[in-house]
Design a protein around this ligand. Structure first.
Ligand code: ADP
Ligand code: NA
Length: 330
């Protein structure tokens, strides 16, 4: 079997440094060793309200962020989910394979629906089944996962296994996680215990990939820290989540270990460290921002990439979906 990677991000605006360090830049690294399929998951995005006019542009912006981060459309398949109807078809079949108890255990629904659970969309609830369909429509063997997606991949494996059992055949692989290193989880700049997220209402919680240098500097200056100095070893940052996060960002961007960063700044306070961090963030983010701006100036080009990627994804998924339907009895 080919080693095939599937991954995606929601086009819900505000692509941020967490997306880059936890996902996009790793996607780029995988391109030489795997057949990679990278999807802009617009069908996931509408599980919460998206303005239809904005959505189109956000799909392009997500694609631009992937490309600016190193995803190469000539090496990988890059498309948006709603172009390939198999995602929705397979998700329906999986709605009938997955058990309600399995979905009730998903922590992300609880987080995203918040207190007003009765008023969340049904789509938000069955979202993990659509994600399983995204992966298994291509029989992906590997999925790069951040901490936040681990539970969803386990559900995907449960669905694959139950389908294989129910229909008495080895239809689906048990997709393996690709565990990522430094930078796998970037936290909010305002609260080191929450992950940096595009849905965080505080602009200062997140470094957006389209922030200009002044905005980046301001956000880092305002980032929450403490009055203590940097220790020699990263383990001595325990109990200081904000400090840990900033050191982690520096380490990830510089491809250094956290210990090496602490060693370099040992005995310095966060005033000094933030200045160095600002330089590094500006240095690494500015080229991405510039490339995104350049790409967004030519929406027809991005649309043509998505169109071609959609055709390739359709061609891979068609025979797989035909097999699945036959197994189900359609
Ligand atoms: P968000 O959680 O901001 O809405 P998505 O759910 O669309 O973003 O996630 C897209 C990808 O980016 C996923 O692979 C996810 O694991 C990764 N990701 C999102 N936020 C972070 C973060 N704070 N740190 C590391 N990776 C992240
Ligand atoms: Na997420």
């Amino acid at each position: 079997m080919t080693n095939r990677v599937f991954s995606g991000a929601q086009p819900s605006g505000n692509m941020h440094l967490g997306n880059y360090l936890g996902a996009f830049r790793n996607w780029a690294k995988l391109q030489d060793d795997f057949e990679c399929i990278y999807c802009v998951v617009d069908m996931h995005a509408i599980t919460v309200w998206q303005d239809p006019e904005d959505l189109k542009n956000q799909v392009r912006e997500a694609a631009a962020a992937y490309i600016a981060s190193g995803v190469d459309p000539s090496k990988s398949i890059l498309f948006n989910q709603s172009r390939v109807p198999g995602h929705a078809e397979l998700a329906w079949i999986f709605n009938c394979v997955a058990r309600i108890g399995w979905l009730n255990r998903m922590t992300q629904f609880k987080d995203k629906a918040g207190k007003n659970r009765e008023n969340a969309s049904v789509g938000l609830y069955v979202y993990p089944n659509l994600m399983a369909a995204d992966i298994l429509l291509y029989k992906a063997t590997h999925v790069p996962v951040g901490e936040d997606q681990k539970q969803h991949l386990e559900l995907t494996r449960d669905i694959a296994q139950k389908f294989n059992n129910d229909f008495g055949r080895e239809m689906f692989p048990l997709t393996e996680p690709l565990i990522l290193g430094e930078g796998a989880r970037v936290m909010s700049l305002r609260d080191g215990t929450k992950k940096m997220s595009k849905s965080d209402p505080s602009e200062y919680s997140r470094i957006n990939l389209n922030d200009d240098a002044d905005t980046l500097a301001l956000k880092i200056r305002k980032a929450k820290t403490d009055a203590e100095l940097l220790p020699a070893l990263a383990k001595d940052l325990e109990g200081r989540p904000e400090a840990q996060n900033l050191v982690g960002i520096y380490a990830a961007l510089m491809d250094m270990s956290r210990d090496a960063v602490c060693g370099q700044f040992e005995g310095k306070g966060f005033g000094d460290f933030k200045k160095a961090l600002t330089d590094v963030v500006v240095d690494k983010v500015a080229p991405i921002t510039n490339e995104m701006t350049r790409l967004m100036a030519d929406p027809a080009y991005i649309d043509s990439i998505l169109q071609q990627g959609g055709e390739k994804a359709q061609a891979i998924s068609e025979p797989i979906l035909a097999d699945i339907k036959k197994a189900v009895g359609f």
